[in-house]
Design a protein around this ligand. Sequence first.
Ligand code: GLN
Length: 471
Amino acid sequence: MKTSQLTAHEILEQYSAKKLSSASVCDAVWQEIDQKEKDIHAYAEVFPKESAIINYDGNNCPIPVAIKDNICIASKATTCCSKILKGFVAPYDATVIEKLKNSSAIFVGHANMDEFAFGSSTETSCYGPTRNPCDLSRVPGGSSGGSVAAVAGNEAIWSLGSDTGGSIRQPAAYCGVVGLKPTYGRVSRYGLIAFASSLDQIGPVTKDVTDSALLLNIIAGHDPKDSTSANVLVPDYTKSLINNVKGLKIGLPKEYFIEGLDAEVKAKVMDAVALLKSLGAEFKEISLPHSKYAIACYYIVATAEASSNLGRFDGVQYGLRVQPSKTRKTNIVDMYEETRDQGFGAEAKRRIMLGTYSLSSGYYDAYYLKGLKVRTMIKNDFDRAFEDVDAIITPTAPTTAFKLGAKMNDPISMYLNDIFTTPANLSGIPAISVPCGNSKENLPIGLQIMAKPFAEEMLFRIAYTYEKNKV
Ligand code: GLN
C-alpha cells in the first residue's frame, strides 16, 4: 500500500516503530497532489510542503490535514470560496487550528467548498468545482466536497469540514469515507466563518472510524471564545472503539425509508442492518413524524441566519471592495451594492433573498417563527425516540453521487439531497456517515448513525463494529 493511502493511526504506528518519517509522509501526500489535483481540484490553495514538515516526538500527531476554506488559519487567505472574500487573510487561528497546531498537525491547504457552504455538490465555489475521486464525471457532494475529496483521493490523510445541514456526511457518503458531525457545542466554532450559527459544527473527515475518534479527541472541548461551546467533559474517544454491539437497541425510522430513496442505497443500508443484527444489536421500527418537514424547516432557519451573517460582507471590513463607476451617482450605499452584487454568486444571493424575506416584519410569524416551532417538534421526536433506543440508523443521502451539472439549474432537487441529514442539525444531535458498500456503478453509499447529544461514543462503537465486521 502507498504511504498516502495509510490512515493516521497506521502512520502513527509506523512513526513510533521508526519505519516512517513525517518528511516521507509529506512527500507522499504532496506527490498525490502533483499527480491528481488538476483532475480532482480538492483545494482552493495548497500550502508549500517545505514549511509543513514537523517531526514525531511520541506524543504529537504530525498528520497532513486539509482544512475547509471557511476555517481561519492565521496569515492564510480564508475565503469561503467566495469572490467577496478574495484578498482576505485571516488575522488569527480558529480554535480547532490552534488545537491542531498544538498536536503538530501538518496543514496541507485550504480545501475547496461551495460558496459560504451553500450547496450539496461543491459546484458553487468561485474557484470552480471539485470532482469525485471515485468517478471524475460526478460531484463529490458538498459543501465540504474539497475536504472529503482530498481524503478520498489521498491528497490529505485527514481533513476538517463543517456541517450545517449535512455538508460533512453527504460528501463522505458520496466519496466513500467517514464523516462526523459532532453534537452542537462539542467543537468550538471560534474562527469558523458563520453560515447558520445555530446549526454549524466543525467535524472530522477520515478514512476510517478509528481516525475519526483520534481527530475528534484533538478538536473537541469547551472554548470560552465560543459561548455556544459546551462545558462537557471530553472522553477519550478511542476508548469507544469497541467491536461489540450486543444488546444495543437501534431504531429504524419509517419516515426515512420512503419513495425517492434509491433502491440500491436502501438495499445496502438494509444489508448493514442485517449484519449488525447478526452481531447482537436489536432493531425496531420507530417514527420521527416531523422529519418530513425537515427540509422546509431547514431552508427557512438556515437562510434566515445566513442572510443575517452575510450582512457583514459590505466591502468595508473584509475582502473585496468595488467602487461604482464614476458616471453614476456614488455614495456608500452604491459601494455596498456594487460589492455585494459582484462579490456574491447566484446561490448566495438566492439564500440572502430567501432569508431576508422570511425575517421581514410581514412574514416573520408565517415563516421564521413557524420554522422555529417546527424545529422544536423535530427535536422532540428525537428526544422521545432516544428514550427507547440507543441509536438511529438511516441512509446518509437518498442517492449516490450525481453527475456534474445535473442539479445546478434545479435548486429544489439540490435541496432535497439533504433530506436525511438536516434533522440532526436541527436537533443538535451527533451523526456519522460510514461507507456501507458500492452501487452497481461502483459508487459509494453511506450509512448514517445518529445518537443522543454528546453520545459520540455510541456512534463510534456502532460504526467501529460495523467497519470491523463488514465484508
Ligand atoms: N446542502 C445544505 C445547504 O446547502 C447543507 C450545507 C452545509 O451543511 N453547509 O444548505
